[in-house]
Design a protein around this ligand. Structure first.
Ligand code: ADP
Ligand code: MG
Length: 232
């Protein structure tokens, strides 16, 4: 067993709706799972079972109503500013719809450049870093001057993955990363993710609906049903 880098302990989430008569809906109910360094936890479950909610909470994009998320054994809720921003940088998310993650008005090279400037990479080495990342995700450099609508869904998802890689993540939450893509492209993206994991030792939380290949590369699998992990 490798060391655990990110885990959820008894995470619950309740949403409320309604202005006067509040309705409460328990979306996660005591979900626990561990992502080991460089390994994949496959989270399988039907639509609406709580996969996205759990992934967002584990990435710090949402707060749990109960339970804890631990990054290298430390509760993220108790981290100081520096610790928390380190966690937010090192745990990244790739959502199912790549077009929703990319700005339609920005060329691919700009999408990369923004991240590089965010992580304070000096201007003169940005081009070199961009070309290296394009190569790493299997895109040819002539696509750099295009806009997202001039790329295929699979190419856009490669761009999204490349952008996340520039942040040097330890964990990537892959929220149904291929379910918006053509069947023929799905395996290519999963293979790319597998290669990147091998090269860089990244831990994944890979969610999928049943039969979508979620078990494809997972060392550990959990089945989500109505906010609970019913099978481990
Ligand atoms: P999955 O990713 O497995 O399809 P989700 O985590 O997206 O499941 O959703 C789980 C449940 O939580 C669904 O019933 C969904 O409608 C509900 N839900 C998700 N986000 C919100 C929200 N912001 N407010 C209210 N309900 C939500
Ligand atoms: Mg979802």
């Amino acid at each position: 067993m490798s060391p655990i880098c990110l885990n959820a302990i008894a995470v619950s989430k309740t949403y409320d709706s309604g202005l006067i008569f509040k309705k409460y809906k328990k979306v996660l109910d005591g979900a626990s799972l561990e992502i080991e360094e460089g390994k994949t936890f496959g989270l399988v479950g039907p639509s609406g079972s709580g996969k996205t909610t759990l992934g967002r909470i584990m990435a710090g994009l949402d707060r749990p109503s109960g339970g804890d998320v631990l990054f290298h054994g430390k509760k993220i809720a108790e981290m100081d500013r520096t610790g928390y921003s380190h966690f937010r940088r090192r745990v990244q998310v790739v959502f199912q719809d790549p077009e929703g993650s990319l700005n339609p008005r920005k060329r691919i090279e700009t999408a990369f450049d923004e991240v590089l400037s965010l992580v304070k990479v000096p201007k003169k080495v940005r081009e070199e870093r961009t070309l290296a990342i394009m190569d790493a995700v299997g895109l040819s450099e002539d696509l750099l001057c295009r806009y997202p609508n001039q790329l295929s869904g699979g190419q856009n998802q490669r761009v999204v993955i490349g952008r996340v890689l520039l942040l040097d993540p330890e964990v990537i939450i892959l929220d149904e990363p291929t379910s918006a893509l053509d069947i023929s492209v799905q395996a290519q993206i999963l293979n790319l993710l597998k290669d990147l994991q091998k090269q860089r030792g990244i831990g994944y939380l890979l969610s999928a609906q049943a039969g979508e290949g979620g078990k494809f590369m997972a060392q550990d699998v959990g089945v989500m049903k109505e906010g609970r992990l019913v099978f481990r």
